[in-house]
Ligand binder design. Structure first.
Ligand code: FE2
Length: 278
């Protein structure tokens, strides 16, 4: 059964931490389990020494996934991990019981300026995994599976899950689909999303049609039930497909901590203050 459009959520542009420009769906509380946040970072054109990022901050109880399209970031954390994120690279960071990290523009990018564009999504973890050992998967662009349709009209990069026969190399705690699609003019795509997963599409370029509804740039589409989605584009389109299971548990959230109860949030704050979070 084809999934139809359940809800169309518009986005707005907000300035995060110190003026970092992101495009974000409104009514975030209504966003679909297991996704807690979806930020399109930029695209923004920074002058020399203007780029900003997020200095040292903690996380507990969920995962942050960063996918760069343009620009360069550099990350470092309390466990001694560090690395660069260049165009096309993905970092899948499972905070689990706790990490403290910084996400900053790469020093060279900072010096020269340039276009920064990418995505950060937050994926919730079920109670049983919230306190797991933290884990990083830093995957360079050329190791991420990319697949093209026979007629060359559809291109997909598989961050998580599977698309057009290509399987992800990133390992996820719960079953997640994260696919970046580009469709050329006059193309048609049928993408499978297993019926037990919630599915959504974030359009960030061009236009498409799903179940008779026109979808524009900057719209987040929550899909109805089914086992596949059909997307048609006359003028070309670029979007993310995201899918994951319903985590039927209470959410208690405070800034960078996402737990099930207020007590657990209180504990996270205490652990951070005491220096025992990470
Ligand atoms: Fe972070």
């Amino acid at each position: 059964m084809r999934r139809s459009v359940k809800t169309i959520i518009p986005t707005h542009t907000v300035l995060e931490g110190g003026g970092f420009q992101v495009r974000r769906p409104v009514a975030m509380g209504a966003l679909m389990s297991p996704f807690l946040l979806l930020d399109e970072m930029g695209p923004v054109n920074y002058g020399p020494k203007q780029a900003i990022g997020a200095p040292s901050h903690p996380h507990r109880g969920f995962e942050t996934v960063t996918y760069m399209l343009e620009g360069a970031m550099q990350h470092a954390d309390s466990a001694g991990n560090s690395g660069d994120l260049n165009p096309g690279d993905v970092q899948w960071m499972t905070a689990g019981r706790g990490i403290i990290h910084s996400e900053l523009p790469h020093p060279e990018f900072y010096e020269n300026g340039g276009v920064m564009h990418g995505f950060q999504i937050w994926v919730n973890l079920p109670a049983k995994d919230k306190m797991m050992q933290p884990r990083y998967q830093d995957i360079p662009s050329d190791e991420l599976p990319v697949v093209e349709s026979v007629d060359g009209k559809i291109w997909a990069k598989v961050v998580a899950g599977e698309a057009m026969g290509a399987k992800a190399i990133i390992d996820t705690v719960i079953p997640i689909q994260y696919i970046h699609y580009r469709m050329k003019e006059d193309s048609n795509l049928i993408h499978n999303i297993s019926p037990e997963l919630n599915g959504m599409i974030y359009m960030f370029g061009g236009q498409a049609e799903i179940s008779g509804k026109k979808i524009d740039d900057g719209q987040l589409i929550i899909l109805d039930e089914g086992d596949k989605v059909e997307i048609t584009s006359k003028e070309g389109a670029e979007f993310l497909v995201l899918a994951g299971p319903e985590i039927d548990e209470p959410i208690s959230r405070y800034g960078p901590f996402v737990m099930n109860t207020r007590e657990e949030i209180h504990q996270a704050v205490m652990d951070y203050q005491n220096g025992t979070l990470a």
